[in-house]
Design a protein around this ligand. Structure first.
Ligand code: GLY
Ligand code: MN
Ligand code: MN
Length: 447
């Protein structure tokens, strides 16, 4: 960890301490305990699923592999971490706390998975409140055994903490910037593997090698799609064999740095031609939408405008036989673009609070757009994705043909382009008062 990061981290802890204290005060709570989570074991087995800590714990601490630790937040006091470090020879225990982060916490090392409970009770002895007065955040079974259901993840507090995560601190932006740079490098390695004729599996391995991530360290499962697999939005198979013919490659893949994610998609045509031209047109659409991002913009409107722009691409390419306006009004544009323009990004790939205002009240999606994950008016320091797409999805096209108006689509054009699957181009941007900082384009440009 370099010194810039360390000083950003110190300011981050100070900032979120004040946000959390405000949330506790508004909810009339004297304290909150945040548990990192416990391993989940397969049914009738002793095998653990890949561990993902509670994101509210990660908001404070870069402890991405640390189960069964707990953090006590009491307003006005140094946060108290019960740090689980078992004496174990089956698994490698967590390292000793590293000063770059640990100097901001009071730390008590605990040696068994449940020991935080005794440590907490000792810590609360003589304090002006007890366990019954405070809240707890997390899903560990040991939490439920100690706290009453009403104290566990109370909605009012959780909403406030989610809202507090929508404005990223400079430390969080720096982590996401690094995550974007790592992913850009890995995307380039993956493109080379595609150009060299690799299978989806081989391309995936090239990606992991370039960013030095294991699968479980990725923010989400890589989407590595050759040819028509690009039409499956969250395509998860990784064919071991390279296809006989190659038309296109869609890669949706990110990285993590201290649990903060990047989420990047690029689409490549194998050769010049109609699909390559569509990729170029969609790249222009994506950049045009990104240029409009700034504080005060209603993301719902940007999403609706994306429909018009994508329908314009379809009209210009002769894929649809109606105007872009008719395509949007009739719902035809959603046949080709059935997802939302993007989402908040942070400790979770689909980060929290995208569908509520700063008072926790829901902001409904526009009618006919059930997949939109962000309906807010943008604010400075929001980090989000801009990811318009255009796909040839057989099931949606056939449904339109059977239930709506088949004459609105040029089926020959669809048949010619379907082997290429689809196009998605996805960048990660930080909102500012004047516009946005595009972490993804900058990362690619600097490679
Ligand atoms: N990678 C999932 C998404 O773009 O939302
Ligand atoms: Mn995304
Ligand atoms: Mn993505």
């Amino acid at each position: 960890m370099d010194t810039t990061h360390q000083s950003l981290y110190a300011a981050h802890v100070t900032e979120i301490q004040s946000r959390w204290e405000a949330a506790l005060e508004e909810e009339n709570l004297p304290a909150v305990l945040v548990h990192s989570g416990s391993p989940i074991i397969s049914f009738l087995d002793d095998y653990e699923y890949a561990f993902r800590p509670n994101p509210h714990f990660l908001h404070w601490l870069p402890l991405t592999r640390h189960s069964d630790s707990a953090l006590l937040i009491v307003p006005g006091e140094r946060p108290q971490l019960f740090y689980y470090q078992p004496d174990d020879y089956w698994y490698l225990p967590p390292a000793d706390p590293d000063p770059w982060w640990s100097e901001h916490f009071a730390i008590e090392v605990v040696r068994t998975a449940d020991e935080w409970r005794d440590a907490l009770e000792r810590r609360l002895a003589g304090s002006s409140f007890g366990l019954g007065d405070m809240a707890a955040i997390g899903d560990a079974p040991s939490l439920a055994a100690l706290f009453p259901a009403t104290a566990l993840n109370p909605q009012g507090l959780v909403d406030r903490l989610h809202i507090a995560r929508t404005r990223k601190t400079p430390y969080e932006v720096a982590c996401m910037d690094r995550a974007a740079r790592l992913a850009a490098r890995a995307h380039m390695a993956a493109e080379q593997a595609f150009r060299a004729g690799g299978s989806e599996f081989a391309i995936h391995l090239a990606y992991l090698a370039a960013c030095e991530h294991t699968d479980s360290e990725l923010p989400y499962n890589n989407i590595v799609a050759l040819n028509d697999h690009g039409a499956v939005l969250h395509y998860q198979a990784r064919e071991r064999a390279a296809p006989a013919e190659r038309h296109s490659f869609l890669l949706d893949a990110g990285c993590t740095v201290n649990a903060y994610a990047s989420d990047i998609t690029r689409t490549y045509a194998h050769e010049a031609g109609e699909f390559a031209d569509l990729v170029t047109a969609m790249d222009e659409v994506q950049q045009g939408l990104t240029r409009r991002v700034r504080a005060g913009v209603d993301y719902k409107q940007l999403h609706l405008d994306a429909h018009h722009a994508i329908a314009g691409v379809l009209e210009a390419a002769g894929v649809i036989r109606v105007t872009a306006d008719t395509a949007v009004e009739s719902g035809l544009s959603a046949v080709f673009y059935p997802h939302g323009l993007g989402h908040f990004l942070g400790l979770q790939t689909h980060d929290v609070a995208g569908l509520m205002n700063n008072h926790g009240r829901p902001i409904p999606r526009p009618e006919g757009h059930p997949a939109l994950r962000l309906t807010r008016v943008l604010e400075a320091d929001n980090v989000l994705t801009i990811e318009p797409g255009l796909y040839f999805i057989d099931s949606l096209l056939q449904r339109w043909r059977e239930e709506r108006d088949a004459s609105m689509i040029d089926w020959d054009r669809v048949a010619a382009l379907s082997p290429c699957g689809g196009i998605r181009i996805e960048d990660n941007v930080v909102v500012t008062e004047e516009g946005c900082e595009n972490l993804t384009r900058r990362a690619f440009a600097e490679l």
